[in-house]
Design a protein around this ligand. Structure first.
Ligand code: NAP
Length: 711
């Protein structure tokens, strides 16, 4: 972690790093950073990919706030850092003192994997922890762990300073009397330990410092659209606040985030943005590609539980990808919702179309690139208007509510005592507009809103096609469920990306693929860096076992198309060769697919293709689980049931032929059940003890013979 020209000048200080996928870890880390400054610590705040801005050798205290995504993967803004960390050798970080706050969800396997891996790696490199790591669980509420963890961080940090005053002749951080007591207790306990121990463990001898694309343009089209799209109004969320009167004192209120962001009007009035272009502030983790929507097909009839759409994207230049890769797409917020929010905030159409610049020290990373953009585009593309609010936001809205009843309710929901009401409110998935509609007296400066709304996230889908198919490098396909749902009280909710894509493609009915005729529209997409190597094995003779119910089958359709093309090429080569014709199957390992749907006639996605692949010998075995049809035995309901029925063959494929196992889809239910079934197969057919079977699967995962792409 050697410093470079950009290295922050060394002083005793605290650096807060974050690795954040959805913005949660970033906003929690910013909160820690701001509190640290208020308390007199000299502090810095960086994404983990900016690790080189800090000389870790000389660093005093490092605080990491890291989340985990997918199947235990680190967030995108830390991938460069992980590559760097892997390359480090020896124990070069002996001076670094650190602590970690991990964010995760116990509904998923590999809970807080990033935090745990980071902890292990830092220890290996010689760094030492100055405060126990915290692992916060979204399933029970992040705040449960985050709030006390942050509260106790300050005494632990202050202790580092107070216990080594001679080293750093610097002002001490401000502490509350309660915190001072905790510090004194720690010091007292350490004194005791020192006395008792024959070879006392020395305190860490470091201490933190104790002081202190183009300009975005208005388009005539945009103005027309504004006039065409009536603003949404929002829903009033009804919550029972009758127990509020029982609580005179509210506790555990989150602090109100600092106000850092400023909005500067730009002098030059804006010019037209090229139709189909997107705001220059959008930052993607890999090269941004502009795609046309060539074809669209609805895969499910109207009586299916979910509407599933397949879309083919087209590119002007060749794109390098492999079957199994996923891509991201940057969708805007629903236009009526954006209009509704701007209207609720009293932003006129003219003001919404004026170019502005966002600036201010320490503003969230996703806003730092907004140098010239309209408010309209900021609300469309930069901020997330649909994710349920966090407590810190509710507290902020309470500060800005002019009506006493609104203020009291919001304050109550932000407190420990109002946890039930807060959870009930979140369960209604309120959009930002719904919050404004439910508490109409909230009158909050625009900059505060933009700064505190979570960042807009790209949506990810697997590619269902192969680059080897005709024109394969100039197109790729995907398939997804259109996310809309109704809550009690007639509240209708919709996802961000999938309804947008569906509408854009014309909401076609069930049937054959149709050409969209969308020739001018370009959609912002990018390839997702594939860290897990969820791709076909390079040795084509190795069998593959693919498990993916519902749209989880998406990457496997790419695998199958790829293998069909490989077989075609091989067939041609063998036919033109002079030797005896070898059997095609000698060159290709078995392909087994376990697919699950509810009704054969309603949601057997890609049925025609699957049956063709089976008939042509591309697919060796097609195992279909049907969950909601009558006369289907219980033992064939889910993919894991079909696996159980085929346990012996699966074991033989793995054990005798070195098969690779791929699982794609829902992490919470399906992936866990499939994992358990694999354990049972190893026990029943491989003669393993249960623990040994679990360990074996872990080894296979490390060796990339058991790969999972989970959501
Ligand atoms: P779905 O339609 O909800 O379900 C497909 C089948 O799985 C149904 O028969 C369902 O049965 C069954 N199922 C439900 N719970 C199960 C369990 N615990 N174990 C095994 N099977 C179970 O599937 P979906 O909505 O398409 O979900 C697929 C998942 O793949 C999503 O999480 C999606 O995000 C993910 N994914 C999608 C892509 C993509 O490119 N679109 C890529 C990767 C992953 P019942 O409902 O009858 O119980």
């Amino acid at each position: 972690m050697a410093g470079n020209e950009n290295t922050v000048p060394q002083a005793d200080h605290l650096t807060v790093f974050f690795a954040s996928q959805t913005g949660n870890a970033e906003s929690i880390s910013r909160n820690i950073y701001e509190q640290a400054q208020e308390r007199g610590f000299k502090s810095f705040h960086y994404a983990l990919n900016d690790h080189a801005k800090v000389d870790w050798d000389k660093e005093d205290c490092l605080v990491f706030v890291v989340s985990t995504t997918g199947d235990g993967d680190p967030p995108d803004n830390s991938t460069k850092f992980w590559r760097h960390l892997r390359k480090l050798k020896g124990v070069g970080l002996t001076k670094a003192k650190y602590t970690i706050l991990g964010l995760g969800d116990t509904n998923y396997d590999n809970f807080c994997q990033t935090a745990k891996r980071l902890d292990t790696r830092l220890q290996e490199l010689g760094a030492s922890s100055f405060y126990p790591r915290g692992l916060a669980d979204d399933a029970t509420g992040l705040e449960e762990t985050v709030d006390p963890w942050i509260k106790n961080l300050w005494p632990a940090l202050a202790h580092q300073v107070i216990s080594t005053p001679a080293i750093h002749d610097l002002p001490q951080p401000h502490l509350t009397s309660e915190e001072e007591k905790v510090v004194k207790d720690i010091i007292f306990k350490q004194e005791q330990d020192r006395k008792q121990s024959a070879s006392p463990k020395l305190l860490p001898k470091t201490a933190p410092a104790a002081n202190g694309r183009d300009p975005i343009e208005n388009t005539i089209d945009d103005l027309k659209n504004l006039a065409l799209t009536p603003p949404a109004i929002g829903y009033k969320i009804d919550i029972d606040f009758s127990t509020m009167a029982n609580h005179a004192n509210l506790t555990a209120l989150p602090r109100v985030p600092n106000a850092n962001l400023q909005i500067a009007d730009l002098e030059a009035d804006t010019v037209s943005r090229i139709p189909g272009s997107i705001p220059a502030f959008i930052q993607t983790p890999s090269k941004l590609l502009m795609a046309t929507v060539n074809k669209v097909q609805c895969l499910t009839p109207s009586d299916a539980l979910k509407r599933t759409i397949a879309v083919e994207f087209g590119f002007e230049d060749d794109v390098e990808y492999a079957p199994g890769d996923a891509f991201g797409i940057w969708a805007p917020n629903n236009e009526a919702l954006v209009r509704g929010v701007l209207s609720a905030l009293n932003v006129s159409d003219t003001a919404a179309m004026k170019a502005v610049r966002l600036h201010g020290e320490g503003i969230p990373s996703h806003l730092q690139s907004v140098q010239s953009a309209t408010l309209l585009d900021i609300f469309r593309y930069a901020v997330d208007l649909t994710s349920p609010p966090k407590k810190a936001n509710i507290r902020l809205y309470a500060e800005h509510a002019s009506d006493l009843a609104d203020k009291q309710k919001l304050m109550f929901m932000a407190s420990k005592q109002g946890a039930d009401q807060f959870n009930a409110f979140r369960a209604q998935s309120p959009t930002f507009l719904d919050i404004m509609h439910t508490f109409p007296s909230i009158n909050i400066p625009l900059a505060r809103i933009i700064e505190t709304l979570p960042p807009m996230q790209p949506r990810y889908y697997s590619i269902t096609s192969s680059p080897m198919s005709k024109n394969g490098h100039r197109r790729w396909s995907c398939a997804f469920n259109v996310v809309t749902y109704d809550l009690s009280g007639g509240v209708h909710r919709r996802g961000v990306c999938t309804p947008w894509l569906d509408e854009l493609a014309g909401q076609v009915p069930f049937g054959k693929a149709v050409t969209t005729g969308l020739t001018t529209q370009r959609l912002p997409v990018f390839l997702k860096p594939n860290e897990t190597r969820f791709n076909l094995p390079s040795d084509t003779t190795k069998p593959v076992i693919m498990i993916g119910p519902g749209t989880g089958v998406a990457p496997f359709m790419g695998f199958l198309e790829h293998r069909a093309e490989q077989r075609l090429i091989k067939k041609r080569l063998v036919n033109i060769g002079s030797g005896p014709r070898q059997h095609l199957d000698d060159h290709f390992g078995d392909m087994w697919l376990f697919f699950g749907c509810r009704h054969r006639e309603r949601d057997w996605l890609f049925r025609e293709q699957m049956e063709t692949y089976k008939r042509d010998g591309v697919l060796t075995e097609l195992q279909l689980a049907v969950s909601r049809e009558e006369n289907v035995p219980n033992s064939a309901k889910y993919v894991q049931d079909m696996m159980r029925n085929q346990g012996k063959s699966i074991w033989n494929l793995i054990h005798k032929k070195g098969a690779t196992i791929y699982v794609c889809g829902d992490a919470k239910g399906m992936a866990k059940a499939v994992h358990d079934e694999l354990v049972s197969i190893l026990v029943d057919h491989g003669g393993y003890e249960k623990m040994a079977a679990i360990m074996e699967l872990n080894t296979w995962a490390q060796e990339k013979r058991y790969l999972r792409d989970l959501v």
